[in-house]
Design a binder for this molecule. Structure first.
Ligand code: AMP
Ligand code: MG
Length: 412
């Protein structure tokens, strides 16, 4: 009797590194309006050509004064000018004050702003103000360049832009930005059992049929990762159909992403199809859910094959495909960032694979576990708000510190 040879499973870290190494260079750059740059990846450094704020300005509505004139509370100064945001004042002469408003440049000579709540307009002396508190030098003055100094690198090549980055780019005057072109991704599902929602009503579903759910979360994930998605539908479980779908997709796409058909069953045609057209590695990754995963090339396109089980597809997309797509756009830092958190659950069955458990933060600052961790149970991903990264052989008892990564981070 022949003893089956067990191929060693590939550690996730190795699959991750191999995938990133397959990205030779980021996609070419294109210009976008800063206003439309959300989620895009910078193709150049942004260096500020000015100070932000450009000059010293007031942080309060009040009076700009010379501290030397207000050595004790109650000093009366004559108000000789009024400076609103957008206008500039003159030098503040001894024993005078400038009425000033938030954001207005601090006039020369003044070295503090006293907020209006600490001042009284003096009626018996025309244009006078009584300063009730003794100001500190520099008080309520926002210094020129305190946010950004002229010549400072504010955003760097490979940085992904979000609302804060867009605001910062605008604050240094950037109205357009060079960003990596969006990856063009062809998405298709494989499996003769799959039916599109809407094509057949639930009560009319034939025996053995299931709705195609992977297509929906994968398309959404791809768009969130900055991709342009071509949805190529469901490919029948036939070698010729799989080959022609791949061939067509490779002509105009940077990436082909499939789900299902990457096991080595007789109905799994991805492997022979990609091998006919290019090259393919089938990886058995030491993770749960999500063991089978395929990487290959079809023409100039990258081929990424996800397992069919919905949660396996979901998790492998987040752990492997998303970082790959970000790196394709030039993102430097694509490593998953976990944080330490307390498990409020038990996980007594150790597995030799690295597990990604669907969990939810509770009101006590700990994590609860979804009771059914099967790779087909997509409700776990909706109930949960993140994953626990449980190392191979890891047993968890309540109170243990575990590594948690939130969906908010992974879905961004
Ligand atoms: P496969 O990887 O093709 O062997 O599929 C594994 C399991 O995932 C099977 O039970 C499939 O029916 C299921 N599956 C595959 N593709 C999808 C999909 N797009 N949506 C929902 N379930 C799927
Ligand atoms: Mg299948």
């Amino acid at each position: 009797m022949q003893i089956p040879v067990r191929t060693a499973l590939m550690p996730l870290s190795q699959a991750f590194e191999s995938l990133l190494m397959a990205v030779e260079c980021p996609l070419p750059a294109e210009g976008v309006c800063t206003l439309d740059s959300d989620g895009r990846v910078l193709a150049h450094d942004v260096v500020s050509a000015l100070h932000v704020p450009p000059q010293d300005n007031s942080a309060m509505d009040g009076y700009a004064v010379r501290c030397v004139d207000v050595s004790e509370p109650g000093a009366v100064l004559s108000v000789t000018q009024r400076i609103a945001a957008g206008s500039c004042g003159r030098i503040v002469e001894p024993f005078t004050a400038a009425r000033i408003f938030t954001g207005a440049p601090v006039p020369p000579g003044a070295d503090a702003v006293v907020m209006q709540e600490d001042c009284r307009v003096v009626n018996d002396c025309e244009g006078g103000v009584r300063i009730q508190t003794v100001p500190r030098t520099g008080q309520y003055i926002r210094r020129a360049g305190e946010d950004v100094a002229r010549g400072q690198l504010v955003l760097h090549v490979g940085q992904r832009l979000g609302p804060a980055e867009m605001g910062l780019a605008a604050s240094v005057g950037m109205h357009t930005l060079q960003v990596a072109r969006r990856p063009r991704v062809a998405l298709f599902s494989t499996g003769d059992e799959l039916v599109m929602p809407g094509a057949v009503a639930p009560q009319d579903m034939p025996p053995g049929a299931i709705y195609n759910s992977n297509r929906f979360f994968l398309a959404a994930f791809l768009r969130r990762a900055g991709c342009e998605v071509t949805d190529q539908g469901i490919v029948p479980d036939r070698l010729d159909a799989t080959i022609s779908a791949l061939q067509l997709a490779a002509q105009t796409h940077d990436v082909i992403l499939t789900s299902g058909g990457v096991s080595v069953g007789e109905e799994d045609h991805i492997k022979p199809a990609v091998q006919t057209l290019g090259a393919l590695d089938l990886w058995q990754i030491a993770i749960k859910p999500g063991k089978p995963f395929a990487y290959g090339r079809v023409g100039d396109s990258h081929f990424l094959g996800l397992p069919g089980n919905p949660v396996s597809s979901f998790v492998t997309f987040l752990l492997l495909v998303r970082p790959f797509l970000l790196r394709l756009q030039g993102v430097t830092d694509v490593a998953m960032k976990t944080v330490a958190a307390r498990a409020d659950f038990a996980w007594p069955r150790a597995d030799k694979r690295q597990e990604f458990l669907r969990v939810r933060r509770n009101a006590n600052g700990g994590l609860d576990l979804f009771p059914n961790q099967s790779s087909g149970v997509l409700t776990s991903a909706v109930w949960g708000d993140g994953l626990v990264d449980n190392p191979p052989g890891g047993v968890i008892v309540p109170g243990d510190v575990v590594q948690f990564v939130s969906f908010a981070e992974l879905f961004a």
